[in-house]
Design a protein around this ligand. Structure first.
Ligand code: E4P
Length: 215
């Protein structure tokens, strides 16, 4: 499973990019609004930092509007991906954008049928919102496993992005369920680095090294 970072914060993107752990970025209007800068300028900066796909959401609700925005988003940089909300108009827009060779990320997917429809419309990525489902007591990991099975059985090329990740355990579960990608917040990525035994092990090695290096 590949890892994207789910943020619009350029510092977080630079740090994780320099660690070599991420190969893409997902943003959404909420994440962009937290940064308080011009969103298109931020997208431009982000697309410059990472070589991989950068998802940026079209906010129009009609297919024509989404396609118009999608063309503008795609023109920002070659690695831009147009995020499109899972609606009937969104599906029409995904079809038209994919015919134009513009990559799309179908967002706000909550079940197998929505994922199948988005993939059939031509989405490059389908984003299943794990955390929001788990918050409602739904087996989001089971749904992710089913989507992967449906895609594999039907030779569907769209990649599954596990989004709305709340903790490190969900990252592991999504990897086991067959998500192609998890888009993970910075806090969770940093927690994934750590283990108490690693910290204790480093302290012990340092302590012992001091003893031997003083000889
Ligand atoms: C994914 O692309 C979304 O931006 C994101 O994961 C949503 O997460 P949330 O449920 O924490 O808002």
């Amino acid at each position: 499973m590949k890892l994207f970072i789910d943020t619009a914060n350029t510092e977080e993107i630079v740090i994780t990019e320099n660690m070599g752990i991420i190969c893409g970025v997902t943003t959404n209007p909420t994440l962009l609004s937290r940064e308080g800068h011009n969103p298109r300028e931020m997208a431009c900066k982000i697309a410059d930092i990472v070589n991989g796909p950068v998802s940026y959401e079209a906010v129009s609700t009609d297919a024509d509007g989404i396609v118009r925005e999608g063309k503008e988003i795609a023109a920002i940089a070659t690695n831009m991906v147009v995020k499109v909300a899972m609606t009937s108009e969104g599906l029409k827009a995904i079809k038209r954008l994919s015919e134009l060779g513009i990559k799309t990320n179908a967002t706000l997917i909550f079940n197998e049928n929505q994922a199948l429809l988005a993939a059939r419309a031509g989405a490059t990525y389908v984003s299943i919102f794990i955390g929001r489902l788990v918050d409602r007591g739904v087996d989001a990991i089971g749904i992710t496993r089913n989507i992967r099975m449906i895609f594999d059985t039907n030779d569907i090329e769209a990649e599954i992005i596990a989004a709305s990740i709340r903790n490190t355990e969900q990252v592991t579960q999504c990897a086991l369920a067959g998500a192609h990608i998890a888009t993970v917040p910075y806090r969770v990525l940093t927690e994934m680095v750590e283990h108490p035994l690693t910290t204790a092990g480093i302290e012990k090695f340092m302590e012992d090294w001091k003893k031997v290096s003083e000889k």
